[in-house]
Design a protein around this ligand. Structure first.
Ligand SMILES: [Zn+2]
Length: 273
């Protein structure tokens, strides 16, 4: 099993309701032999060790990398003829997972890059995968997959992705469209309330509970290279809908499956005894 010995969790001041200390405590309780450290937000933390002059150079480089990592920039690189992506301002703030991870990796000091250390960054921006197979057209953008977690080094977990990526019930969308068409916006709050036990919204008090499984996923991925679990009651299940998300992470049946329990228990054990 892996020699993982330290996990760093980076706070994100823009993620409303995120309780980094609570999540670190949870992770530490599941991983008896792993040290879990809490740090301020990723960029502030890592820029802190540089002089002001170096910081300026790094910030400029980082800004360039981040601009190139937005979904909009990647779409344009594939299809330079696209001069306007009308109305989709979101795309400028949505990052493609791999280039975003690469940009963040630049800031991790050499001595913290080995496989025994895992960096997990929370962010409020949306992170997705641009499907480069589907051809250089605007359709490419429509097949874009929004995700919750980009696993790897570093792992990036999007708190907005947690809300946006898993689908709400079809009935919810149906009613919402109806209300919007009728101009009955005043019913939208009611609608949110009506579906509260099956949907998740921004500011949801269950946010931290729902993030736990994605932290475990980051750890399991580092240890075994495996992604999500196939058991819908395991917090490592990759929920496609919000209802599945709630059931896997916080439902009455929610429980780490035996296979993942064994892997988690073995993590941090010395490689040779
Ligand atoms: Zn499992």
């Amino acid at each position: 099993m892996t020699g993982l010995h330290t996990i760093y969790l980076y706070d994100d001041p823009d993620s409303q309701g995120l309780d980094i200390d609570y999540l670190a405590g949870y992770l530490a309780s599941e991983l008896a032999r792993v040290e879990v450290g809490v740090r301020t937000d990723f960029i502030t933390h890592h820029l802190g060790r540089f002089s002001e002059e170096e910081r300026e150079t790094l910030e400029a480089e980082l800004r360039k990398q981040l601009e190139g990592a937005t979904v909009e920039a990647l779409a344009r690189a594939q299809e330079p003829a696209i001069t306007e992506l009308t109305g989709d301002t979101d795309l400028q703030e949505m990052y493609a997972a791999r280039p975003l991870q690469a940009a963040m990796r630049l800031l991790i000091p050499q001595e913290e890059t080995d496989m025994a250390q895992l960096h997990i960054i929370f962010c409020s921006e949306l992170v997705g995968e641009l499907d480069v197979q589907s051809g250089p057209s605007l359709d490419t953008l429509r097949t874009l997959q929004t995700g919750v977690a980009a696993l790897g080094s570093p792992t990036i977990i999007s708190t907005s992705g947690l809300i946006e990526a898993p689908k709400r019930p079809r009935e919810y969308y149906f009613k919402r469209t109806q209300y919007l068409m009728l101009g009955a916006d005043e019913h939208l709050d009611e609608l949110a309330e009506q579906f509260a036990d099956r949907t998740v919204a921004y500011g949801d008090p269950r946010l931290n509970e729902l993030l736990k499984g994605y932290l475990l996923m980051a750890v399991i991925y580092r240890a075994t290279g495996d992604g999500a679990c196939s058991e819908p009651t395991c917090p490592l299940y990759a929920a496609q809908t919000q209802q599945e998300l709630l059931e896997a992470q916080a439902g009455p049946q929610s429980r780490i499956c035996q296979r993942h329990r064994e892997i988690l228990n073995a993590i941090g054990e010395p490689l040779y005894e």
